[in-house]
Ligand binder design. Structure first.
Ligand code: PMV
Length: 320
């Protein structure tokens, strides 16, 4: 039996739109921070009888998972692809779970598909079915075929994904303090797979790859130059750019809700007040991600998280 885990990641420059749906080739480069503390664990074991592979939730304290029937099919179909790639013919049982609440809308496919790729690789290696080590880059490229954003989860603390694949990138500093402000746990009505297709119908998509590429280079410059406020402004514009693609697609769709928008307004006022604060971003969901410089630990709780909790009592906070 094999047990491995992989972290989630949150993009500051977003992957949204594909040039190829089979290989999940992105229309633009993206940059993410790896969230080491938010992980999916996967246990891979051989089923005693020949037959179909199976998936079950990992029944361990502190782990939870929710997979819809279509999510389960997608996961199992990628398992078959990985098995073919790694010469595995045994029927496998895969148990998986997240160490973060699975019903809070944070459960991105990134950590699940990265963990599955690592799990099948570890199984094949242990069973002597592959005769060479696969590099992190190779594993990341395999995982990309299951879920695009998962390819960035192999590198830490920052990962950049350009046309040749994902790799780690030194942006000039290492650590972050991450909090997710969770406003809604319900399942998304439009999955990210659908969003990648629908955004191509937005007139705002014209110029989107160029804007994302430009923002990536501006963000790297602002990190290198220690210009944190500029980095905040770029990340802010970038997540709104992605959400405006959603809202201006045909048909239009969106993930924002009232409390999340009020909270964003509050965060912007707090940023003006302190002339400092966290990087702010949102994924394809109503939750807000805050990334503080690591030395801001205490101040982050006192000046930001506690007041925001008071102001939005229905919001839950993931992170410490
Ligand atoms: O879940 P995927 O791999 O189809 O893509 C999701 C992409 C976003 O999370 C919305 C943005 C990103 O870059 O992670």
């Amino acid at each position: 039996m094999i047990e491995v885990s992989a972290p989630s990641n949150i993009a500051l420059i977003k992957y949204m739109g594909k040039t190829d749906r089979v290989g999940n080739l992105p229309t633009n480069p993206s940059l993410s921070v790896t969230l080491e503390e938010l992980r999916t664990s996967v246990r891979v074991s051989k089923l005693s009888q020949e037959g179909e592979d199976d998936w079950k939730p990992l029944m361990e304290e502190g782990f939870s998972v929710h997979l819809s029937s279509s999510g389960r099919l997608r996961f199992l179909s990628f398992l078959s692809e990985l098995k073919r790639e790694m010469n595995v013919s045994d029927a496998l049982l895969v148990e998986s779970g997240n160490n973060f609440p699975s019903d809070c809308g944070l459960a991105s496919s990134a950590s699940s598909f990265a963990a599955l790729t690592k799990g099948v690789y570890a199984y094949a290696k242990k069973a002597g079915l592959i005769n060479r080590e696969l590099s992190l880059e190779e594993l990341s490229q395999l995982s990309q075929r299951g879920s695009g954003s998962s390819c960035r989860s192999f590198f830490s603390p920052f990962s950049v994904w350009e046309s040749e694949g994902a790799k780690s990138i030194d942006v000039g500093f290492e650590a972050f303090k991450h909090f997710a402000l969770v406003f809604e746990g319900e399942k998304k009505e439009v999955s990210s797979s659908k969003a990648h297709v629908q955004v191509l119908s937005s007139l705002n998509f014209l110029g989107r790859p160029e804007r994302a590429t430009k923002r990536l280079s501006m963000l790297l410059d602002s990190f290198q130059g220690g210009n944190w406020k500029a980095a905040y402004e770029i990340c802010w514009a970038e997540f709104w750019d992605m959400h405006s693609l959603f809202e201006t697609s045909t048909p239009s769709f969106g993930y924002l809700n009232g409390p999340a928008v009020s909270c964003l307004n509050e965060i912007r006022s707090m940023w003006s007040h302190f002339d400092d604060g966290p990087l702010v971003t949102m994924d394809a969901g109503p939750n807000i991600h805050l990334l503080f410089r690591s030395e801001e630990g205490e101040r982050a709780l006192k000046n930001w998280i506690s007041p925001l909790k008071k102001r939005f009592p229905d919001m839950s906070v993931v992170g410490s």
